[in-house]
Design a protein around this ligand. Structure first.
Ligand code: 13P
Ligand code: SF4
Length: 301
């Protein structure tokens, strides 16, 4: 039997749901119950009735699912699939910044550890960062770990944004250079350019639209344009092309690959389901504290 069918059969037998991020390889996207951006995946995790959640993505996404479902078994399909950007913010650093700015609210990108989330007032994703920051009661907001998202928000929100750490970044988006986008535009002169807010400010500046991975899909759906250059991880193009076969999508940079997202293949998903590995385990104290900023985010948006 093909791995895909076996995976679907195991999901039925074990009452499991597979949640996959838009950057997963095509075969994993095709085998999943739901494919989406960080916000949609958190919402799905919050609302699922399944007994078990298998996450095809990176660690912070599976942790978020666990925080919202402490009673359920949550598995990260691939061992060591971690978000490098999330690891750039340490709880001690955040605690130090809070001490220095006691009146500031703390908004953390969901791409952060559960330990850091436990110190935050609210979480956000790239789909709702501006809205969340504007909903904070203070004039100053400590925001981390992504500096580019912090710049994106500071241009739009009515608050003073202090990035923590000073220069957190996603290597996948940081290395999509302006020259890559200009070259893609020369090759596809009629295409609209959609960037992710994790891209560098100079890349964001020449974008026709900026959005989270699933917002990219909505933008392309609603646009009259037929061609799009996509400024984010390479496999996002597969998701877009699959949903909108009559339009054309080109990656802004074909080497923009998140290595952690590529650790999951059908073999890992199958093994996770069969052997119930790798279970997300978080202490009760952390769950209690880190769940609040996620629930707050979901209640605001
Ligand atoms: P999205 O929420 O836009 O899918 O982004 C998640 C992520 O990790 C981007 O690098
Ligand atoms: Fe983290 Fe960047 Fe990979 Fe997204 S693309 S999971 S931010 S390292």
């Amino acid at each position: 039997m093909r791995l895909h069918e076996e995976i679907r059969e195991l999901c039925g037998q074990k009452d499991a749901v597979i949640l996959a991020h838009n950057y997963q390889i095509p075969a994993v996207q095709d085998a999943a119950d739901f494919v989406g951006d960080s916000l949609e995946l958190a919402r799905k995790a919050q609302n699922t009735d399944a007994r078990m959640i298998v996450f095809a993505g990176v660690d912070f996404m599976a942790e978020t699912a666990k925080l919202l479902n402490p009673q359920k078994k949550v598995l990260l399909a691939a061992k060591g699939a971690y978000c490098r950007m999330a690891n750039m913010l340490l709880p001690e650093k955040l605690a130090g910044a809070k001490k220095k700015h006691p009146d500031a609210s703390v908004v953390l990108y969901v791409n952060s550890s559960a330990e850091c989330k436990a110190l935050a007032d609210c979480c956000c994703t790239s789909a709702n960062a501006e809205k969340i920051v504007n909903a904070m009661p203070s004039d100053t907001v400590l925001f981390g770990p992504d500096k580019n998202l912090a710049v994106f928000v500071s241009k739009r929100a009515n608050k003073k944004i202090l990035p923590v750490p000073a220069d957190g970044f996603c290597y996948v988006h940081k290395f999509i250079f302006l020259k890559d986008v200009l070259q893609a535009k020369r090759l596809h002169p009629n295409a609209l350019f959609i960037a992710h807010p994790e891209c560098n400010p100079d890349v964001q500046e020449i974008a026709d639209a900026i959005g989270s991975t699933s917002q990219m899909l909505k933008i392309a759906q609603q646009s009259d344009a037929k061609e799009f250059i996509i400024g984010t991880e390479r496999d996002m193009v597969y998701r877009l092309q699959k949903d909108l076969p009559d339009k054309k999508f080109y990656p802004a940079c074909s080497t923009a690959v998140c290595r952690s997202m590529k650790k999951t293949s059908l073999v890992e998903v199958h093994s996770a389901l069969k052997n119930e590995t790798f279970e997300v385990k978080l202490g009760e104290g952390i769950i209690e504290k880190a769940r609040k900023p996620i629930e707050k985010m979901l209640s605001i948006t």
